[in-house]
Design a protein around this ligand. Structure first.
Ligand SMILES: Cc1ncc(COP(=O)(O)O)c(C=O)c1O
Length: 400
């Protein structure tokens, strides 16, 4: 059977090989420290779990509106008004199965064959493949450590052509950990407005920012950019609800409505019980304190991880300002050998580290930037300490 060009054009996640191997080693009884997962090690707050039970008991068990329960969309509007003074109506909001489906829907809505979308490397793994699935072409802007793994506005500008439809911005970034400043955001916003583009602002890590600045959503920088921005968010990371699959977006009504048409013919609505619990969770101000507590804990774990990395020869990392990942530069280990593995890229480093130290990390090539691996510090302090000690021993072993 001949498969579609669409699927043949898309790559499977390069992170799976390491994950499969890690699971195999675990099944053989080996102790593996997993720094590879992109999810909080905290559990969903008890309040939200209880509200899911209440939702079932109250009969929130049927299809909802395709775009989500009205009360949840109203609560999302309240969040944006309260936190950013951004005004949206429920018709400008859609709820989907995670931020992933939001991004998928928006790209399906705006891309024609051959259209280009600008993404910034290191980028979240699914952006390029989702763009390709929609028939578009990802155009990659590269970044440097000296710019904190954030794109220079000039570099974004040089990629803009008539074919470019949109820019995806992810601040705080996965995996780079960069947070764009107000000046940088306003320069990018001028580019978007002047070139008639759409801004897809992936703000899923908004609550995990480690400096004292207030988080800035690009949509707050004026009516013109707001009218061209799809703000993407989710319950997943903020509320440690990755398995519940609730993401949401706010933006121009015509695009949001069309995203709903795609969703209506693919998955209908997001899970009704998870929507009910999310509505109650977003409305509960006491949970803000819990989220802040978790953000403070991530900040401390980030410090622990970076301090340990700074003491290990051959490894370097830019200190993240947000999200919960360290993007570790491993280029100085190139040409060293662990048993029969010659380390010459991020994949060979990740394989050698897994075999030699029992530590699972994600190769940077999955994020469009070889020479790096991603470690998450949404892991327990104990795992961070033990995992980094193992990495240090491994580096010393292969350096002799
Ligand atoms: C930057 C970024 N965007 C989107 C997603 C998808 O989030 P969700 O689990 O809500 O689909 C992730 C998850 O890892 C992410 O890191």
């Amino acid at each position: 059977m001949e498969l579609s060009d669409r699927i043949l054009n898309v790559e499977a996640s390069q992170t799976m090989a390491i994950n499969d191997k890690a699971n195999l080693l675990r099944a053989q009884g080996k102790n593996i420290i997993g720094f590879n997962l992109g999810e909080p090690d905290f559990d969903t707050p008890e309040f939200i779990k209880m509200k899911a039970i209440e939702g079932m008991e109250k009969g929130y068990t049927s299809y909802t509106n395709v775009s989500g329960l009205l009360q949840l969309r109203e609560e999302i509007c309240n969040k944006y008004k309260r936190e950013y003074n951004l005004l949206y109506s429920p018709e400008q909001v859609i709820v989907s199965n995670g931020a992933k489906q939001i991004l998928y829907n928006v790209l399906q809505t705006i891309i024609n064959p051959g259209d280009e979308v600008i993404i910034i490397a290191p980028y979240w793994v699914s952006y390029p493949e989702m763009i390709k699935l929609a028939g578009g072409k990802p155009v990659v802007v590269h970044t440097k450590e000296e710019n904190d793994l954030k794109a220079k506005v000039q570099d974004i500008k040089s990629k803009i052509s008539k074919k470019v439809k949109a820019i995806i911005l992810n601040s705080p970034g996965n995996p780079g950990g960069g947070v764009y400043t107000k000046n940088q955001l306003s320069e990018i916003s001028n580019l978007v407005v002047d070139n008639n583009l759409l801004m897809i602002s992936d703000e899923i890590y908004e609550k995990f920012q480690f400096n004292d600045n207030k988080y800035i959503s690009i949509a707050t920088l004026g009516e013109q950019i707001k009218a061209r921005t799809i703000v993407v968010n989710a319950m997943s990371k903020t509320y440690a609800m990755t398995g519940w699959r609730i993401g949401f977006a706010a933006g121009p009504e015509n695009i949001i409505r069309k995203m709903g048409i795609i969703q209506g013919h693919s998955t209908s609505n997001a899970n009704s019980i998870a929507q009910y619990a999310s509505w109650k969770g977003l409305a509960n101000r006491k949970l803000d304190l819990e989220i802040k507590r978790r953000a403070d804990e991530y900040k401390e774990r980030c410090d622990i991880m970076i301090n340990k990395i700074n003491k290990i020869p051959l490894l370097n990392a830019v200190k993240p300002v947000g999200a919960f990942y360290v993007f570790l530069n491993i280029k100085e280990t190139y040409n060293l050998k662990y048993q029969d593995y010659l380390i010459n890229d991020s994949l060979s480093f990740a394989k050698a580290l897994l075999e030699g130290a029992g530590v699972a990390v994600v190769p940077g090539i999955a994020f469009g930037m070889d020479g790096y691996v991603r470690l998450t510090f949404a892991s327990s302090r104990e795992d961070i300490n033990v995992g980094l000690e193992r990495i240090e021993r491994f580096i010393k072993k292969i350096s002799v």
